[in-house]
Design a protein around this ligand. Sequence first.
Ligand SMILES: C[S@@+](CC[C@H](N)C(=O)[O-])C[C@H]1O[C@@H](n2cnc3c(N)ncnc32)[C@H](O)[C@@H]1O
Length: 347
Amino acid sequence: MRVSKLIPIDKFIDKALYDNKKGYYFTKNPFGKNGDFVTSPLISPLFSEMIAIWIVSFWDDLGCPKKFNIIELGPGNGEQCKIMIKTFKKFPNFYKYLNIFLYEKSSVLEKVQRNKIKEQNVTWIKNFNKINAGPALFFGNEFFDAIPIKQFKKIKKNVYEKYLNFDNRSSPKEIFRKVSKKTISKLKKLNLLKKNGIIEYPAQGLRELEIITRKIKSLNGGLLLIDYGYLKQLNISTLQSVKLHKKNKIFNNIGKADITSLVNFNLLKDYFKKRNLTVNKIVSQSFFLKKMGILERAEILSKKMSFKEKSDLYFRLERLLSHNYMGNLFKVIFTYKKKKKFLLGFI
Ligand SMILES: C[S@@+](CC[C@H](N)C(=O)[O-])C[C@H]1O[C@@H](n2cnc3c(N)ncnc32)[C@H](O)[C@@H]1O
């Protein structure tokens, strides 16, 4: 893919991933063994089952409202939604009040999802305008890490934004331009300028959250995000790219490889608090899934399994739960309107 002119890094990522003719997510289905990467719902269906049970419990805690919306942010290949619907159907009193919305940007992935999910109560959306009655529970696995970020460099009191100059080269030259006082004050307000080094700012992600938090405040509900990220600001570039399950250099295979960044979870927490939403303590994926009973569920299922099936089940759980794989690097954050705490999975 050709990228021309001098562009800020978020625009570059946006074009590489979401250009609607040549962008990565608009030209292929990258999930699974034959794709470029796998995500938790593809590793084990128990991941989606646990999230589904958690959502039913949240609905119950709200007093079982007779209209309830769930919105999956970035449903990927639709696997999580498919498994969740299967679980939801085991709770008919919940399921009859449920509307499911799939918020998907890519037309290619929307097609993949539509082939997998045929239920009448599922609607594909490009914005949240249709959701205007009943509480709204938003959730996303690896949604936020897939949204382009801006990068800055802080040297003493000066702040520069990273731009890329491709200038007919295949690999771009990084150029840093001094930013305006307005940008400095915006970054300061988000506590991003405490240390020198690279500052990552999810401008587009926060725009998405602005709309979501407004919906939650007007309709009641919440937002559950699971993603890989950190709690202590790193001040280094966390951009990474993968292709065929291997690391790829960011500027190689543009439009043919995935690009993500680590999520700054404390930034999200502060952001929600400033909007007067309640936020639970951020926990690791392993903590959350274990509290939701994933090991007990595995034990029940494994009783009817052959040795080979059992080993496969526990091998997959190990990937989701072990500190060396996804258990600790992946974190869970939940923010919601209610003042009364909903702590399932978090304590
Ligand atoms: C890394 S994938 C995660 C997929 C899935 N949640 C999973 O865990 O397998 C990111 C997903 O978010 C979608 N996406 C990214 N940015 C989006 C946006 N601004 N609006 C809607 N969907 C978006 C992508 O097209 C893709 O479906």
